[in-house]
Design a protein around this ligand. Structure first.
Ligand code: PXP
Length: 253
């Protein structure tokens, strides 16, 4: 595959609505409704909706995916673990994209990237039917070249580079280690692009730390959730998303 030119590539914003469901589930009620959040996000300029159906259904539930597939007009990025159950659901829902993530029951959020390099044969077989069904398969990985090269070899269309460590280091005031992590993310994006992979990024992104990630020219999509859902408490979801878009556009203009 020939990599496309990186010049003037638009940067998409995928809005992750998982934590609307987290709040709903905290009370076992019907609100706030993740579908309503998705429709608001769409109206506010999000380019896609991301939802992670976890094995323990701690936030998004199967019915949410049904509702999203039926009602949104922007692409759905279905995040899941590489299990047989999730493969069957992805084949039933037929979302635009399937993003494979590592999943541990005890974790609070997706910690670390998927180890594609150690599980190459199984993951190649796992994604084959998804690819055949027309899904853009994405691997949520670290910037480690071994993971990027393995993702390319198994035929993934996309890699989403995990920005969680970069975000945490900056939040903790470790500026130099954060710069080194950023440099590694930049090299990872270049390597992935050169290997013909579309490059996405996400995890832990906020208004304060998003700029340097936006400035990586190979990155064509950001997936952002927790910060924007939190910010929505103060400004409303639409304005929170619009401000993120404004910051993204400012760096890319
Ligand atoms: N991308 C992936 C693959 C994720 O698992 C998550 C977290 O669910 C995100 C992006 C969004 O991270 P955050 O909620 O920290 O913005």
């Amino acid at each position: 595959m020939t990599p496309t030119s990186v010049a003037h590539r638009p940067l998409r914003l995928g809005m992750n609505i998982d934590h609307v469901a987290t709040v709903r589930n905290a009370r076992g009620s019907a609100w706030p409704d993740p579908l309503r959040a998705a429709l608001l996000a769409e109206a506010a300029g999000a380019d896609g909706i991301t939802a992670h159906l976890r094995e323990d259904r701690r936030h998004i539930r199967d019915g949410d995916i049904d509702a999203l597939m039926a009602a949104i007009s922007i692409p759905l990025n279905f995040e899941c673990a590489a299990t047989a159950d999730m493969q069957a659901l992805a084949l039933r829902y037929k979302p635009h994209a399937v993003c494979l993530v590592p999943e541990k029951r005890e974790e609070r959020t997706t910690e670390g990237g998927l180890d594609v390099a150690s599980d190459e044969t199984r993951l190649a077989e796992f994604i084959a039917p998804l690819r055949a069904a027309g899904a853009r398969v994405s691997m949520f990985i670290s910037h480690d070249p071994r993971q990027i090269e393995a993702s390319a070899r198994i035929g993934a269309a996309v890699v989403e580079l995990h920005t969680g460590l970069y975000s945490e280091l900056l939040a903790d005031g470790h500026v130099e280690p954060a710069q080194r992590e950023l440099a590694a993310l930049r090299r990872g994006a270049q390597l992935a692009h050169a290997a013909g992979l579309e490059v996405h990024a996400g995890h832990g992104l906020t208004y304060e730390n998003v700029g340097p990630i936006v400035a990586i020219p190979e990155v064509v999509e950001l997936n952002i959730g927790h910060f924007l859902i939190g910010e929505a408490i103060f400004r409303g979801l639409g304005p929170a998303i619009e401000e993120m878009r404004r910051r993204m556009d400012e760096v890319r203009k």
